[in-house]
Design a protein around this ligand. Structure first.
Ligand code: NAD
Ligand code: SER
Length: 317
């Protein structure tokens, strides 16, 4: 089997930082190159090769692949939904032109698997809100969502017409304790844990009854690597797998945390992110991922909440 030499873009981000750690365990620290537009620091920088890479710089992307002899890419660099609504042109530039540079490199260098995530943001208000099907209406109302749908379609084009091996998942909101999320609408589901542990109170920026699909980071990492490792022949879809684990309201999450911190107080002051959340599904049908590459989540609301609180309480203050 060919040795995997992996490039992770956006490695300083919420998902990239933990994904890089797991990939280094599997493929060897020296074989996983962590990159980001920001200088790499901390455990990421200490545990393996790192480099600064702006994915919108096409020449830099191509040079990086040559420099390290990359054959596999996990493309995590992006601008998320809330930041994307404040800076739509930047969102388009990073999410579309960055992804096109990665896809072109996949063809130019005849790379192996390239993972390019999509999101529940690919859906919109016309999409069925509950048990959202794999094949459905994709009319997002955010610039972020527009870039995710375009990324899925382009990925498909590169697979079918240019022979690239591009794969993608529509991640739900990801909850984690290592790196804070980077400007999304689902950030409240992470922030609430930090505030519960540090202050015992939280002001939530979506309404109490807002229900969105979510997933704990260990399941996200597992799904991502499992898809990358799946037998290509078994994949009927490729760039747009629905992915599901949990669905709960902000109020359900607060109630679950209160079981551990009885005095925890939550108030609800919806801001511009409420309008984004209102266009996204409440729950997802991920049967294609289950059937085609064996996806099955491990963590539920109860086990995730217990684990998140334990991890955050154990952090040095
Ligand atoms: P994040 O915002 O935490 O991290 C993104 C990283 O990209 C940051 O470290 C940032 O510095 C970097 N970046 C920004 N512009 C760049 C550029 N021009 N060149 C190189 N790096 C750049 O995002 P994340 O949550 O880790 O998301 C990773 C992927 O997963 C994205 O495609 C995102 O759309 C998708 N996703 C995430 C979630 C979630 O809840 N975290 C949900 C759905 C989809
Ligand atoms: N968590 C992401 C966001 O809120 C969903 O793609 O932007």
């Amino acid at each position: 089997m060919t040795q995997k030499t992996v490039l992770v873009t956006g490695a300083m981000g919420q998902i990239g930082s933990e994904l890089t750690g797991e990939l280094r365990k599997r493929y060897g620290s020296e074989n996983v190159i962590a990159t980001d537009i920001r200088e790499l620091e901390g455990r990421l920088a200490e545990s393996g090769s790192c480099d600064v890479l702006d994915v919108t710089d096409r020449a830099a992307v191509f040079n990086m692949i040559k420099k390290y002899g990359i054959n596999t890419i996990y493309h995590m660099a992006a601008i998320l939904s809330a930041t994307g609504e404040k800076h739509p042109a930047l969102c388009w530039e990073v999410n579309m032109n960055g992804s096109i540079n990665i896809m072109d490199a996949a063809v130019e260098f005849d790379l192996g698997t390239v993972i390019i995530p999509s999101s529940i943001a690919a859906f919109g208000p016309e999409t069925p809100r509950f048990d959202t099907p794999q094949e459905t209406i994709l009319k997002p109302k955010t610039m972020y969502g527009v870039t995710k749908v375009c990324g899925e379609l382009l990925g498909d084009y590169y697979v079918k017409n240019l022979g690239a091996d591009i794969r993608g998942l529509r991640y739900p909101g990801i909850i984690s304790s290592e790196t804070l999320p980077g400007g999304g609408t689902t950030d409240y589901a992470v922030d609430i844990f930090y505030r519960a542990v540090e202050d015992g109170r939280y002001t939530c920026f979506v309404k109490e009854d807002t229900m969105l699909p979510m997933m704990y980071m260990p399941d996200c990492i597992k799904a991502t690597i499992d898809l990358a490792e799946a037998d290509r022949e078994s994949l009927i879809h490729c760039c747009e797998y629905n992915l599901s684990a949990l669905s709960f309201t902000a109020g359900d999450l607060a109630a679950e945390i209160k079981k551990h911190i009885p005095g925890f107080e939550v108030t609800y002051e919806p801001d511009f992110r409420q309008a984004i959340a209102d266009t996204w599904p409440a729950s997802i049908d991920d049967s294609a991922a289950r059937e085609e590459w064996g996806w099955k989540p491990h963590w539920d609301l109860e086990s995730m909440t217990g684990d998140m609180l334990e991890k955050l309480r154990a952090r040095p203050h």
